[in-house]
Design a protein. Structure first.
Length: 150
């Protein structure tokens, strides 16, 4: 972990305790996860107890305490997507990436998650990669979708 990077992020937020969540979000965005050393540094500089930082880091879904891939793949398995074949799409994505939901591949390229609704049911089955929704996905589309991400 680059201490300089963590210090820069903290300085950008004026080392304010009230900016703790924003600082953690910025670290998450920089590294795709919250390394333990980074949390320690934040705690030291902001004079916030580690237990409070750990509580925030585990409470919010936006944070990860384990390394994540460069690209976040979310497969909707909600009812509308399920009846339109989301299970086959998920199977295909698992085959393509070699990982199951909740896992990250060895190259740290993709992290795979399932979600219950992405709010665009009419487009189902829906796969979201880095926040971009791909609609009407079939198992035949998944390789092409993943190929767009390096
Ligand atoms: S159920 Fe899949 S987007 Fe709503």
């Amino acid at each position: 972990m680059a201490v300089d990077t963590i210090d820069r992020i903290i300085d950008e937020h004026a080392c304010e305790t009230s900016s703790l969540i924003q600082i953690l979000l910025a670290i998450q965005s920089e590294f795709n996860w919250l390394p333990q050393d980074a949390l320690k540094r934040v705690g030291e500089r902001l004079k916030v107890p580690m237990v409070r930082i750990q509580h925030i880091a585990t409470f919010y879904k936006a944070f990860s305490l384990v390394p994540k891939g460069r690209h976040q793949v979310h497969v909707c398995v909600g009812t509308a997507c399920h009846v339109r074949g989301a299970t086959r799409v998920l199977d295909s994505l698992q085959d393509e990436t070699g990982i199951e939901p909740g896992e990250t591949d060895l190259d740290f390229k993709f992290s795979l998650e399932t979600v219950n609704c992405l709010g665009c049911c009419a487009l189902g089955p829906v796969v979201e990669v880095d926040g971009k929704a791909h609609g009407n996905v079939t198992s035949g589309h998944t390789a092409k979708i993943l190929k767009q991400y390096s």
